[in-house]
Design a protein around this ligand. Sequence first.
Ligand code: MN
Length: 154
Amino acid sequence: MTLDWNNGIRRATMRITTNNSETMAGPREWFTGAVYVDAVATPSGPSRLNASSVHFTPGARTAWHTHPNGQTIYVTEGVGLVQRRGAPIEVIRPGDRVFFEPSEDHWHGAAPTRFMTHLSLVEIDEQGNTATWGPHVRDDEYGSAPAIEKESRR
Ligand code: MN
């Protein structure tokens, strides 16, 4: 018998949920630049949770959009940018968490010179939707982001 974290008895084999779903490229209607999405959790039975790991290449970002039940993003890698309608662009880094209220118009993405990965946690609505998509973030909108180098010296 060997030790286990829970009950002092280790099972004969590890429990591994195999990674068998393919990375999805973010559709051009919803994103600018190259974005890749890995599924983490999908709604099943009573669960409305849709979780994914979203990988943005430098300069890539979502279009403007809203989520019917809001969204939490949690940055795991790189340096990113986020903006809600009518507010300045803000810099986000690993460990930062952002909550968007239901129907709050916003976008999120990578900084111009850095990759960024975040977890996305949303709950589907009655129709199974996770988001309503609007116009792309224009280059002049994206270009008004603060310099991430300056930001890091504050
Ligand atoms: Mn969002």
